[in-house]
Design a protein around this ligand. Structure first.
Ligand code: ADP
Ligand code: MG
Length: 392
């Protein structure tokens, strides 16, 4: 099964061609990603209007390049997949409309893929990971712990109550004058710094749920920075190291709770999978390795190029859905918000429903005020903190 995938939900314009063999094995025939980082750098974050225009300008060529790299023509495709959300709506419209046009002209099925579902299924593309597994997804727009039970069968165990982890790295970098995107810069500085110099809070640690909160940590960091401004290089490195250590401690604790919740509800996971741009962080990877060894669960971390936004994961999710006969009509709308819980799968659930009295995801979702809160920064004009300033 041969699928073209298109990704335009944020600041990467991407197209890929993936082949899924009958035994479930995957081959990535082409994977083209054009990052818009340079276009947004001056603004310290992603500007939706600039992103949408850049997608319009680049996508035709990116798709043509992917098809040429794959050495196949449109007629050979079994389906055309595009990320239909969640994300910045202008970009989503560009990608989905392009996919619809290709699908219509070449009379192929369209698969409107949920971007989060694509991240969730990437471990099956790269490692053939069997269901069910526990996913930790951490990027600039998303922070979630998800039980991945089957195609279209996802139960969110935890999420952030405020900022995404990558967003917190980006805001920290901005505050300290390190530039955008912040994650890699903060990590570089942290490697030179003393993680014990500033005592920063570890929000949520010890709580019985698997939720995250980053805003208190961000504020604490700003207050420490303001106390000692103007900052020397050493101060910046020590602040980064202290911040990163607090994030890592929180993630490890939250994942312990998430895995416990997973086991209580669904039995043993086949693996703990980490995905999203933040999973590129080496300090976090080391901590996850230790934690997974201690918890006796296999750790799967797809390579960085497939952890961050890409179209191979969209094509793969399209193939996984198409195998089950799942595809979409040409009037499928683009969606700025699209919680994973609303993604549907093949008719029968792969696993028994939770026992009576146990909270279902729906119940958890309605408890929370942020059920439909877009984890993608749909509402943020610029993904940055207006209140933060450059102190360095
Ligand atoms: P999105 O497009 O939703 O922002 P990506 O998967 O492209 O998601 O990831 C980008 C995010 O990952 C950014 O917020 C970036 O700061 C963060 N990130 C990238 N590398 C690192 C790193 N080494 N350490 C921490 N965060 C990182
Ligand atoms: Mg991105």
């Amino acid at each position: 099964m041969l699928v073209l995938g298109i990704e335009t939900t944020c600041d990467e314009t991407a197209a890929a061609v993936v082949e899924r063999h009958d035994d479930g094995r995957a081959v990535i025939l082409a994977n083209v990603v054009l990052s818009q980082i340079a276009e947004h750098a001056a603004f310290g974050g992603v500007v939706p209007e600039i992103a949408a225009r850049a997608h319009v300008e680049a996508l035709d060529l990116i798709v043509a390049t992917a098809m040429a790299d794959a050495g196949r023509d449109f007629g050979a495709l079994d389906g055309v997949a595009a990320a239909a959300g969640p994300g910045l709506i202008g970009g989503v419209i560009v990608g989905l409309t392009t996919a619809k046009a290709i699908a219509m002209v070449h009379e192929k099925p369209l698969i409107a893929v949920n971007h989060l579902e694509a991240h969730a299924l990437t471990a099956r593309l790269t490692d053939g990971t069997a269901f069910p597994y526990c996913l930790f997804l951490a990027s600039g727009g998303h922070t979630q712990i998800v039980a991945v039970r089957g195609v279209g069968d996802y139960v969110r165990l935890g999420t952030t109550r405020d900022d995404a982890i990558g967003e917190a790295f980006d805001k920290t970098a901005k505050l300290l004058g390190l530039g955008y995107p912040g994650g890699p810069r903060v990590e570089q500085e942290a490697a030179k710094g003393d993680r014990g110099r500033f005592i920063l809070p570890r929000p949520m640690i010890g709580r019985q749920d698997a939720d995250f909160s980053l805003s208190g940590l961000k504020t604490a960091l700003r207050l420490e920075a303001e106390k000692i401004a103007p900052l020397t290089d050493r101060d910046v490195a020590d602040l980064c190291a202290s911040f990163q250590a607090a994030v890592v401690d929180m993630v490890v604790d939250r994942l312990r709770h998430g895995l416990r919740m997973f086991r209580q509800r669904f039995g043993a996971p086949s693996a703990l999978v980490a995905a999203g741009g933040v999973a590129a962080n080496q300090a976090l990877r080391h901590a996850l390795l230790e934690m997974a060894a201690h918890d006796e669960v296999a750790l799967v971390v797809p390579p960085p190029a497939l952890c961050t936004d890409n179209a191979a994961m969209i094509a793969w999710a399209g193939a996984e859905r198409l195998v089950h006969g799942l595809h979409d009509t040409l009037d499928t709308p683009p969606r700025a918000r699209w919680p994973l819980s609303q993604v549907t799968g093949p008719a029968a659930p792969a696993f028994p429903a939770p026992h009576a009295g146990e909270r279902t995801e729906q119940a958890i979702a309605t408890d929370s005020t942020e059920t439909d809160k877009p984890e993608a920064p749909a509402a943020d004009a610029i993904r940055s903190d207006a209140a933060s300033s450059v102190i360095a």
